[in-house]
Ligand binder design. Sequence first.
Ligand code: MG
Length: 117
Amino acid sequence: MELQNDSITTIMDFRNKLKKFVDDRNWNQYHSPKSLAIALNIEASELLEVFLFQPDDFIPKNLDSLTDEMADVFIYLMNLVNALKLDNFSEIIKQKIERNAIKYPIKEFSAKNYKKQ
Ligand SMILES: [Mg+2]
């Protein structure tokens, strides 16, 4: 199955594609949750490297280096979801967003309400 655009590709589509990629190479033996969490953080650091020593408003003219690292982060996150056999990751994300909404109510945390101290 080929992955489609963002409107119709599901998390499970990505997970299945990546599971096959890993299974085909017999890499499950390397995909412990610990190793995947480490790899995820390494890729997040590679994402940061794109911005290293750049001004705060820096956006690369060519986004390829940025999007490549963003994809790596997502891929390792999905590999971690697969390794943990989480079949409710969408629900986990939804609940986390709901907790964040409670933790950061709009009235109190809207950027326009922040005062410089
Ligand atoms: Mg990378």
